[in-house]
Design a protein around this ligand. Structure first.
Ligand code: ZN
Length: 299
């Protein structure tokens, strides 16, 4: 079962969360038919969105991470609800590059480094809160760390990883964010970074020892306490009704054309691949409802 686990350390001056998201990333890979490199890029973005999204204080809030680096992967998008359930999308799921000299998937090459990482927080206010920073490496974790420091002024360290097996299934996926709370001594971040530098590879820990061991290695030398665990999953919020509302908003001429064609209209969800079919009768109903709504507005 995928989950997010939280901990506090150093008398509450350090906050840490770990996500174990193998099934979630595997599901994303199946939906989008991702190549290993696309799977790693999208998987890391999903994990980051989930970690941040799960800290939203508004139950119905959502958090969107958008990565546009100018690379062959195109735009990556991940949307999390306030519990950390995520869905995502990558422009080019077939992108594949040669392995880097260290044997790792070339996520930075696929994503590109010329662009922005944008985080949109929707907490039910009239305007969502939007923050963005320039990409650093396109490897996602470094970009995220830069975002948290520059845009949110929180000294943080972040690790994200996806291990793709030889049969291209996802063997391990997850990540962590560790942050200093206000009033913490700055040198704490140096100690954490030292631990992170020395720790085993994140996906190896998740694969072999489990998420709890990530805390043990990142927080080595600190006293810490594990707090709550939250189950998370790949979860889309689309429905035929939602797509119907969107269809009712397209250009009236286009809608009339669809109805006159006499054929079913099929819309495919970008996030989960679900196909929502509207018969000409249902489309006519949408058009009629729209006219009624327009009349009401004018009245
Ligand atoms: Zn969907």
């Amino acid at each position: 079962m995928d989950r997010i686990i939280r901990a506090i350390a150093a008398d509450g001056f350090i906050n840490m969360a770990v996500i174990d998201a193998r099934d979630t990333v595997q599901r994303a890979r199946e939906i989008h038919g991702c190549s290993p490199t696309a799977c790693a890029a999208l998987g890391r973005t999903l994990c980051a969105a989930s970690l941040l999204g799960s800290t939203l204080k508004t139950e119905k809030g959502s958090l969107t991470v958008r990565v546009q680096g100018g690379g062959p992967a195109g735009i990556l998008l991940a949307v999390s609800d306030a519990q950390g359930n995520v869905r995502g999308y990558i422009d080019n799921p077939a992108v594949e590059l040669p392995l880097k000299s260290d044997g790792h998937l070339d996520v930075g090459g696929a994503v590109g480094r010329e662009g922005m990482l944008t985080v949109i927080r929707d907490v039910g206010m009239r305007e969502p809160y939007v923050g963005s920073t320039e990409l650093v490496t396109g490897e996602i974790a470094e970009d995220f760390t830069a975002y948290l420091l520059e845009s949110e002024q929180v000294p943080s360290a972040c690790g994200l990883g996806v291990l793709v097996d030889r049969d291209t299934s996802v063997r391990a996926a997850g990540g962590f964010i560790v942050q200093l709370m206000p009033g913490a001594e700055e040198k704490l971040i140096d100690e954490l970074e030292e631990n992170i530098f020395l720790m085993d590879q994140l996906t190896t820990i998740l694969d072999e020892d489990g998420a709890e061991e990530v805390f043990a290695q990142v927080l080595k030398g600190f006293s810490y306490e594990l707090l709550e665990q939250t189950p998370i999953e790949y979860r889309c919020t689309c429905s035929k009704e939602r797509f119907g509302r969107a269809l009712a908003c397209i250009d009236p001429g286009e809608l009339a054309e669809l109805i006159e064609s006499g054929e079913d209209a099929e819309i495919c969800c970008d996030f989960c691949g679900a196909r929502h079919v509207f018969t000409p009768g249902e489309l006519a109903e949408l058009a009629a409802r729209r006219e009624r709504d327009d009349d009401q507005e004018q009245a």
